[in-house]
Design a protein around this ligand. Structure first.
Ligand SMILES: [Zn+2]
Length: 115
């Protein structure tokens, strides 16, 4: 079953062709600690986007990842990058998915600050 999400103002919408995950990753790197995202990873091919023009990408450090955010409301619905096996991936921010029960997610902590 696919699940859907959006930024706050609704300019950016996404649909992920997968079941709603039960786990999410919380990372302590310099940007994730500021954004407070709870991420789940999917191949980009499984993520359908609407309103791409409303997005702006932010990169830093090694520029391996792009942190996409809505130019209007500033919310970060997802990030993107190339996975270890060469697949283009999307890190979906489950906080932007209204049907996700955030308190029920099993949170995996990732020590991005030390990478
Ligand atoms: Zn927005």
């Amino acid at each position: 079953m696919a699940f859907q999400g959006s930024c706050h103002c609704g300019a950016v919408k996404f649909s992920v062709d997968a079941d709603l995950p039960k786990q999410a990753m919380s990372c302590n790197c310099s940007i994730c600690r500021r954004k407070g995202t709870l991420m789940a990873f999917f191949p980009a091919a499984k993520v359908k986007l609407e309103g791409e023009d409303a997005l702006k990408g932010y990169q830093f450090n090694k520029h391996r990842l792009t942190h996409w955010f809505c130019k209007t409301c500033g919310i970060h619905p997802f990030g993107g990058g190339i996975g270890p096996d060469g697949t283009e991936m999307r890190a979906i921010n489950l906080r932007c998915v209204p049907e996700a029960d955030l308190d029920a997610l099993s949170i995996q902590k990732f020590d991005g600050a030390s990478v």
